[in-house]
Design a protein around this ligand. Structure first.
Ligand SMILES: Cc1cc2nc3c(=O)[nH]c(=O)nc-3n(C[C@H](O)[C@H](O)[C@H](O)COP(=O)(O)O)c2cc1C
Length: 178
């Protein structure tokens, strides 16, 4: 698959096949995602892979809205994307480099997230990024450390169907030259 094909054929999948994903495959995806660019190469993205079905069920039942719970129940793997705080956007002396302050950490998390999803796609797996979850209780349940924030969830698995791409804006709407 070439890069443009990977970008344009990746789809968010919310119903997965009843097929497990082995740990080596998850490691291979993370190994590719490690090459995502990051602020001063700080590499603040971390990944927690939830593969235990009882743990996934508890998260689905108690810490997700019903539409995302159905997705996570169907997926064999739930990835929690975690960011190490206090590094991205900072100078060595602890001051912020730009007026965006530490918001660069969410920029880096987004790049890492998409890189993860594209790597999974290349290996024949499907993903959907989930931004809506219980922000008060899920981080603690996952055992996040004090300097970590939960940036997003990714449901991961195999899909037998490929939905049509939701409509995209035209280049004329997206791009202007000055
Ligand atoms: C930051 C972010 C948060 C998202 N949160 C959710 C979510 O909570 N639940 C969901 O089903 N899809 C979620 N999505 C997936 C989008 O709905 C999806 O990417 C969009 O509709 C375009 O479809 P495509 O990914 O198939 O191109 C999220 C996507 C992003 C980038």
């Amino acid at each position: 698959m070439n890069t443009i094909e990977a970008i344009t054929t990746r789809r968010s999948i919310r119903r997965f096949a009843n097929k497990s994903v082995d740990n080596d495959t998850i490691k291979e995806i993370v190994s590719a995602a490690a090459f995502a660019p990051s602020w001063k190469n700080t590499q603040t993205a971390r990944y927690i892979a939830v593969t235990d079905s009882a743990t996934k069920e508890k998260i689905s039942a108690e810490m997700l809205p019903s539409f995302n719970a159905a997705t996570v129940r169907s997926a064999p793997v739930l990835i929690a994307m975690v960011t190490k705080c206090g590094r991205c956007g900072y100078e060595r002396d602890g001051s912020f480099t730009t007026k965006k302050e530490d918001r660069w950490q969410y920029f880096d998390a987004g790049i890492a997230c998409q890189t993860f999803c594209l790597a999974a796609h290349e290996l024949g797996l499907s993903t959907v990024i989930l931004g809506i979850y219980d922000e008060d209780n899920l981080p603690e349940f996952l055992g996040l450390q004090k300097d970590e924030v939960l940036t997003a969830l990714i449901a991961l698995g195999y899909s037998e169907t490929v939905p049509v791409a939701p409509k995209r804006k035209s280049v004329d709407e997206l791009l202007r030259f000055i």
